[in-house]
Structures are given as C-alpha cells and as structure tokens.
Design a protein. Sequence first.
Length: 319
Amino acid sequence: MTIRYAKTSDAGDVEVICHTAFCKTSIDTDIRLSASGGDYLYRYYAKRAIEHYPGNCLIAERSGHLAGFIIFGTDADMGKRIGKKIANIILLAVAPADQGRGIGSRLVRAVLEYFRTHRFSLIYVGTDADNTAALRTYERNGFHTVLNWGTFRRYGLQPTDGENPLDTKTLDVDIEKRLSAYDITRTHSFFFDHHLPLEKVRAHNLAFIAREAEKKAIAVYELLHNRKPAGFFSLRTDGWLTEFTGTRFSRIDDCHIVPECRENAVIVRAAVDHAVRTTCASADVLEAWSALNRFSYIDGLTANGFSFIHAASVLHLWL
C-alpha cells in the first residue's frame, strides 16, 4: 500500500467512498426528512477539498485502486488567539472492501507525522458517536474524547400559548462587550480541554459571535428576568440544510444562562421557548446542539418539543 497526496483526478473515487463508507448522519437518521442521503455533505466537502486543496488530502492506494483518504486542515484563528498551532482532521474514510486492514490508522499516522514536522500542538477531530471503527482508530493513535454532543430538532413550529417569565432584547451594538459579562460555555470541544486557557478560548468565541452578528449571519437576543440579565441566545438560518432538504431550517447557535439561573428549569425552558417564538414565522424546523452533560439545557429543549436526533464525539490529541 502507498500513501500519496491527492490529485484532482481522484475526486470521483473519493465521492464513491464517501457514499459507501460513512455511518448515518443526522440527516439520514431523521425520519421526518426526505433527504436523498446524508453522505451528500461528506461528498461535497471531499470533492471541494481535492479540487481546491489537494495538499490537504492524503490518498491510500492498494493493489492499484484508491482504498481510502484523509482530509485535514488548520485552525489559524484560534491558534493565534491561544499562541499554539492547531489542526484538525476533517474527513477519514476507507472503502468497505478495504476496511480491517489498518489503512485508516496508516492514514492517521501519516497526517500526524506531517503535523509533528510542522510543529503543531493540538489536533482535533469529530466523528459520529456510533462510528466505533473510527473511534477505535483515533484512540489507538493517542486521541481521547473530550466532548460528546447531540443534535436536537423541533418540527411544526407554532406560536406558543401562555406568558413567558423572561423578556428579550435584541443585541445589535457592542455585542462583544455586552456578552463579555457572561461566563459562557459553548458546545465546542475547546471549552472542555483543560490543557487550553479557558479565558482565551472564551474571548475567541465572543469575538466570533460578535463578528457573525455584525455580518447579520446570526441574531443575538439578551434574556431578562425581573429586569436583570439572565442570559442570551443566538439564532442562525441554516441555508445548506434548507437547500438540501427543501425544509426551512434555523438553529440555536448559543443559549447561555447565567450560573445562578442555570439549574432553574423554569428559566431554561423559558429561554428555549423564546427561541421557538422568535423563529416560528421564518422556519419549519429549529435545530439545537448541546453537550450531552448540559442536562438542564437538554431538559429545556425536550420540554419545548425538541427530539434527540443524533450524537457525535470530538477527540483531541496533544503532540
């Protein structure tokens, strides 16, 4: 078996592997959607990477055919914030007929050697939580799980009845400054790795939220309880899922409750209710992501009619 960099002519073979090798995604596992296959996302990113960034893709060839591939990238913005070089494995796949031969591990080791040569410090990767073959491959090569998170969706968005104990206020100026008062934790693995400086991770993510709001990619709403700040949430229109499924998708990007109210089920449920009320006129489906240890938030989602759809794991490796 040989490992080499990708060529643009590999795109077709890589798409075939994507179609057959990946576990079910949150699109496939959602019976309410009439999508033509969740592997579309994998095929799209793999084809784009090979056509535009072949230097970020390694190919495994066995007996004259393409047996697997791995695509990787870097996180320069976050790395600059914390003073470390960070990279990530974007996709890893092996053709079903070639699985069980250690090809996935060979590809991972080849990428790790590249990262060591170029002095990267942290490598991260995400995979479906039920993709045991991928999890074993990463763990055998030194990765460990730092975050398990889930996808939740609510369908049939309708205005809710009854009063909500929280008031909302749209934030559209000085967002980064306003949100800096909150001790935020996002559904992002960097918040759960104790080797990383939490304050710098938090500052990076606050700046990201502010940039997205300035570009009108998200809308940010502050939550008030008895006229005091109780948290905030942000909403995003998911154009890709909307286009792919033919169903209007929006997503709760963030939902943060201040520590003194975080375990108050009434307030957490009211925060999610406000997100539903805000979205119901413009979307058919509201999606949310949550770390699986955010029990009060998950309770708030399920109490507001969200269903659990899919779970994923994020693994880290320090070199």
